[in-house]
Structure formats: structure tokens, C-alpha cells
Design a protein. Sequence first.
Length: 167
Amino acid sequence: SADVEVIEISEMESVSAGSATQDGAVEGEQVAFENQMQQADAPMDMDMAQSANGLSAPAQRLFFFGFDSSSITGEDLSVVQAHAAYLINNPVMIVRLEGHADERGSREYNLALGERRAQTMSDLLIAEGVNNGQIEILSYGEEKPLEMGHEEAFWAQNRRVELTYPQ
């Protein structure tokens, strides 16, 4: 697993860094042990997560939309397909799709728009073969902006779907 590989590298680095003297080697082993314990306690970073076959989840997790649109770009489609491949190879993984909108429009409209955006992403994942049970859809509408501002540059950052692996 990815954790074991990281631990082995940490042990090797710590031991080689402290191996100038016998005391240094013992100290290096202690550092490696402490690193191993910290990594075991830390939540798994999904950017580093790998499936049994070594396929990593794509790093891109934000997908942006045009004004009043729930269509993704062709460029983003290939990233969605990569997330689908990751999910298919990891059938116990859950993906959360969080839809967002900018501040323009009513609260109700923006909640519905955020949901349509998340649903678009869900439909694309399902079309690629992801099990419907692996997908959670949420809409925050305008409630969780990335950027606080009242002009297009800020609004564009808030029209998005955030894809997360909550486990």
C-alpha cells in the first residue's frame, strides 16, 4: 500500500541520515518509528491514495462552470474519466460531488443550480461505469464561496463542483 512505501522510505532516510555514529543510528531508528506512528494516526491523504493496482486518484478536484451553466468543458471530461477509472478500480471508495454557485440569483435557484452541476458530474461518472452507490451529491448553492467579491473574477471561482473522497 502507499502507506507502507512511504514508511519504508522514511525509515531508510532517517537511518541513513543518523548512521554516522552508533548513537546516530539509534536516533535515526527512533525518528523513523515516530514518523511511522504519525503516519498511521494521520487520515489518509486522498491525493496520495492508490488502489491495489497502483492507479492514483487524479489531483484535480475542482471543476468550474460558466454563468448559469451545468456543462463541463471537454478538458475537464478527461479528468472526470480518470476519476471514474479510479472509482471503478476501487469499488469501496465513495466520491462526494459538492455543487456551488456564485451569489447572483436567489438562494433557491442557486441551490438547484449547484445540484444540477453536481448531477452532471454524477451522470458522467455513471456513464463511465461507476456504481451509483459510490456517489454522493450535495449542493451548497452560494453558501460556501471560494472567493469573496462582487465581480466576474470572483464569481467564476465560485461556480464549481468540488469532488472529494471523504473516507
